[in-house]
Design a protein. Structure first.
Length: 186
């Protein structure tokens, strides 16, 4: 059954259609939650919260995008709320770090594979570096460079302006380049 039909049926109270929407999107929601939260328990919690929010707010879904795109926004919001509550976790501040733009850190980003990373050392270093990003930067980086959404879609999902998305993405990439360069120059 087509997604738009499932959504309409679910909006009218069809429990099977709602269950199918959850089933169709649970892996996407969990994977994205895990990429942001970097913790299985938190990702599972966010996944549950996301589907609870979806059920509560499905009547607000306008159908102008795929349901998964709408769910990215819900996941992002829940992850940001969780990060704000988790004051014990500190993140690296990259807001005013001009050192990120020094020539020694301007590697060719296109040479770093972003999918199916086979080099386990690179994957480990990259994962650790992404983990250091605050959720606000991590979400933008993941939506753009991992999930492949456009700048405009990312801005819409995160409720940021396009220039803000570009700025956060630029800073996140610069930070990750710096981290990778430092790791491999040791």
């Amino acid at each position: 059954m087509e997604e738009s039909n499932l959504v309409e049926l679910a909006k009218s109270g069809d429990r099977q259609a709602l269950a199918q929407l959850v089933k169709n999107n649970e892996q996407t929601v969990y994977n994205f939650s895990y990429k942001i939260c970097r913790d299985r328990d938190k990702a599972e919690h966010i996944m549950q919260e996301t589907f609870f929010s979806m059920i509560k707010s499905l009547h607000q879904f306008d159908g102008n995008s795929k349901i998964s795109t709408w769910l990215y926004r819900i996941v992002s919001n829940h992850c940001l709320m969780l990060a704000r509550k988790d004051k014990s976790r500190t993140f690296v501040s990259i807001d005013n770090d001009d050192e990120l733009y020094e020539d020694k850190y301007t590697a060719d980003w296109s040479n770093i594979p972003n999918q199916d990373i086979e080099n386990s050392e690179l994957k480990k270093i990259l994962d650790e570096s992404i983990d250091k990003l605050s959720p606000e930067y991590r979400i933008v980086f993941l939506l753009r460079d991992v999930e492949g959404l456009s700048t405009e879609e990312t801005a819409q999902l995160t409720e940021l302006s396009v220039p803000a998305v570009k700025s956060r993405l630029h800073r996140a990439r610069a930070f990750l380049r710096k981290e990778l360069n430092e790791a491999f120059s040791r």
